[in-house]
Ligand binder design. Sequence first.
Ligand SMILES: Cc1cc2nc3c(=O)[nH]c(=O)nc-3n(C[C@H](O)[C@H](O)[C@H](O)COP(=O)(O)OP(=O)(O)OC[C@H]3O[C@@H](n4cnc5c(N)ncnc54)[C@H](O)[C@@H]3O)c2cc1C
Length: 461
Amino acid sequence: MKVAIIGGGITGLSALYELSKHPEVDAELFEASQMLGGKIRSYHREDFVVERGADSFLARKPELMALVSELGIEDQLVTNETGQAFILYNEELHPIPKPSSMGIPSSLKPLLSTSLLSTKGKMRASLDLVKPKAKLDEDVAAGQLFRYRFGDEMVDRLLEPLLSGIYAGSLNELSLESTLPQFKALATKHRSLIKASEAIQKKQPTAGTNTGQFRTFKNGLITVIEALEARLDQASIHKDHKLVSIERDGNQHRLSFENGHEEIADAVIMTVPQPVAATTFVEDGLSERLERLRGASVATVALAFRESDVSERADGTGFLVPKGNDTVIKAVTFVDKKWPTAVPDGYVLLRSFVGRPGQEEIVNESDDVIVEQVIKGLSKMLEINGIPLWYDVERWQEAMPTYTVGHKQRVQQWREAVNDTYPYVLLAGASYDGVGLPDCVRQGINATNQIVNQVKNNDKQ
Ligand SMILES: Cc1cc2nc3c(=O)[nH]c(=O)nc-3n(C[C@H](O)[C@H](O)[C@H](O)COP(=O)(O)OP(=O)(O)OC[C@H]3O[C@@H](n4cnc5c(N)ncnc54)[C@H](O)[C@@H]3O)c2cc1C
């Protein structure tokens, strides 16, 4: 059986790697650009490791850790330093309450002692402990549940800046079941989300310790992509192959690429973003019928300084900026504090995210304008005395899938519609069942298992 995998990001490469364990399947991967990795894009600049896209992954989700161990690159893993992170409010940086889970305090103590909320805001948020269970039979916006339990102040000042960056949308529109499924389950079980957060904390293997929850590699996240590429048969990877269309050809599929290449495959795993996948389905007007998943645009801006040129820095790993503040910056990581191995001694690396939902125009500006705006924003919080040694701006246009209310249902509808016309085309990757890197690996493996089972069933018949 011939399987074509479209897209050479972490999802596509995980699928190809899994399929390489099945000699009965002949799998090949087609990637539009000249590089593998998709939204993983690290490089060395002088003695710095610079991440232009994703910078780390959650260790407690097992799929990527398992892959790392199979690839034999565990010794290159690095764990984040667990300093304090802050939120900007009223031109001051306030520590994010700890212990907490995804920003939700795990007891009353961190909630009552935070400087981020007013007394009234704290009193309202404490009502979470006594308010009746929320009705969650259908999918709702995460913000709807949080506002009901904690009130607006805690959502606007604490939860929105923390969570809207990860899931690329406003909490008022993001799907609870697709972005924070654990909280949906726990809000039903425990009623109070503070109690739910306490339960999550207790379950974590690192509970009570100061061990970081994220991992990357000494030489950047690209290490896992390079290790996968090295392990795979080079002849099965085709870069510079941008898929343009898929047509049925009897029981098979005819794939046409921009460079003129054509390929016939029995099955296809599509790991490109959903709006790209949708345009390639030429059969039965399917492309027109598929609603497009919205993607938010962001830019990442890395600025390197001499340590002596940046002072008055809060002693922590970075900060988040809620909307309503007069800056284009959404979040800043002090890379030298969070990932010390990525920055040489005596230097500071500040990585900012710009572009928030509904205010994404800044991403289209020139590098000079973006850098000027970022330095202006940073200067309000830090004392910057010199000019950056270098900067790096990367734009991610419509690249962060926004899972709005009803996302899971829509994914099912897309899969059914595709399946009706193309029974052997599978959809996997960040547009569907989770955006985190471990979620993408899981989806690559699941798609593989589906194909291998299909081959087994065909052999039985
Ligand atoms: C700025 C940023 C920061 C992030 N930070 C983190 C983080 O720290 N931790 C985390 O877990 N997640 C993070 N994410 C999310 C995570 O990086 C992505 O969800 C994940 O990498 C997506 O992997 P994928 O393989 O599904 O898709 P992609 O990485 O988008 O790969 C798809 C591939 O398909 C190729 N392609 C597109 N069109 C075609 C075509 N027509 N034919 C052939 N190939 C095509 C693309 O070139 C690309 O290589 C971040 C995302 C961004 C944008």
